[in-house]
Design a protein around this ligand. Structure first.
Ligand SMILES: C=C(O[C@@H]1C=C(C(=O)O)C=C[C@H]1O)C(=O)O
Length: 343
């Protein structure tokens, strides 16, 4: 159930997310609520810091001439923020948002592992052991590191090692995004919650990413296709949908064909969020494409943007305030990727 705020008329939920663009004022949406974090997908990237009582993450995702978008996370509970080494975080008693940046380096895996383990340790120490969503914005994602290994594969090794080291202490791998950014280095931010509310889902059309064969890299990507956050307080269940692309089984399909890749990506999401798939995982409920909100769409070639916009408007609704970014996807042949939140 979603509740209307008595004064502002805004929809309120225990944890909420919305986008603001240049010239828009966040105050109409934050009245009576507390900000858990702001993530600016803009022109410059910087290490995250604490600003106005919450983490401020700035990631280079908008090219020259492209519009900046800020993702604002709010909660109905008071927030406490802090810093732990390079990590900045905010917590509301139910949820934790934390962020960190890894500066450019020749090889990423050991640092990725250390940073992930530091985030896991913070989550455990503050009492939010269940990771529910991770975003990994990787500069030159399909480019080589100084050993000649692709940066994404290098990143996946460190992340997998962190999950292996914490196996038994973590309730599985959550929904994620692993996407290109426009600046060297890796920006990461995570959402975690108190124990027992997060359930992870796979997609009947896709091989679980953590079981991809070795041809895609020495360690498979550690993530689930979606994470369902059970209701808390006045909100209904929320489904966090991972970055989804034109992959069937473990194969990238329709290389070079943007229309077909859009269709497959949207069909993958439709199958993932459908009542049948939640039922398969022993969960009630389900969603349709038009329930997707806070949608971010990543498009590799700027020339494909109009086509992708048209596909998304048709399938998701023209009025959804979708954010589009012209960045690389984690496999060179993937032209488009879509993520969002169903509620
Ligand atoms: C597109 C895929 O993976 C991408 C990479 C992810 C990661 O490594 O965290 C998560 C979702 C996608 O952004 C896929 O494998 O289907």
């Amino acid at each position: 159930m979603t509740v209307i705020h008595p004064e502002t008329g805004a929809l309120t939920a225990a944890l909420d997310c919305f986008f603001i663009r240049p010239g828009e004022d966040e105050r109409a949406r934050t009245a009576g609520r507390h900000v858990l974090g702001r993530i600016t997908y803009g022109h410059g990237g910087r290490a995250p810091l604490l600003h106005d009582g919450a983490p401020l993450v700035r990631i280079a995702m908008a090219g020259a001439g492209a519009e900046r978008v800020t993702e604002v996370w709010t909660t109905d509970r008071p927030v406490r923020c802090g810093r732990d080494g390079d990590l900045v975080y905010a917590e509301d008693g139910e949820h934790l948002l934390c962020a960190v940046r890894i500066e450019e380096r020749g090889v990423y895996r050991d640092t990725v592992r250390a940073v992930y383990e530091a985030a896991f340790a913070l989550m455990a120490r503050l009492g939010y052991p269940d990771l529910l969503r991770m975003w990994n914005l990787v500069g030159s994602i399909t480019g080589p590191n100084e050993e000649g290994t692709e940066n994404y594969r290098d990143f996946c090794v460190g992340r997998a090692q962190a999950f292996e080291a914490w196996a038994g202490r973590m309730a599985g791998m959550p929904a994620a995004t692993g996407i290109g950014s426009l600046r060297p280095g890796i920006d990461l931010y995570f959402l975690a919650c108190r124990t027992g509310r997060a359930r992870h889902l796979e997609n009947p059309r896709q091989t679980p990413a953590h079981r991809y064969p070795v041809q895609y890299g020495p360690k498979p990507p550690s993530f689930a296709r979606a994470t369902l956050l059970e209701a808390a307080g006045c909100s209904g269940p929320v489904l966090y949908v991972s970055g989804t692309a034109s992959i069937i089984g473990d194969d990238s399909v329709y290389p070079g064909d943007i229309d077909a890749q859009c269709a497959v990506t949207l069909a993958n999401i439709e199958a993932l969020i459908a009542p049948e798939n939640l039922g398969r995982h022993g969960m009630a409920g389900g969603f349709r494409l038009r329930d997707l909100d806070c949608v971010k769409v990543y498009v590799r070639d700027a020339g494909h943007l109009p086509t992708v916009r048209a596909h998304c408007a048709k399938a998701l609704g023209a009025d959804r305030g979708i954010a589009f970014f012209n960045v690389d996807v984690c496999r060179p042949e993937l032209l488009v990727e879509i993520e969002g939140i169903c509620r």
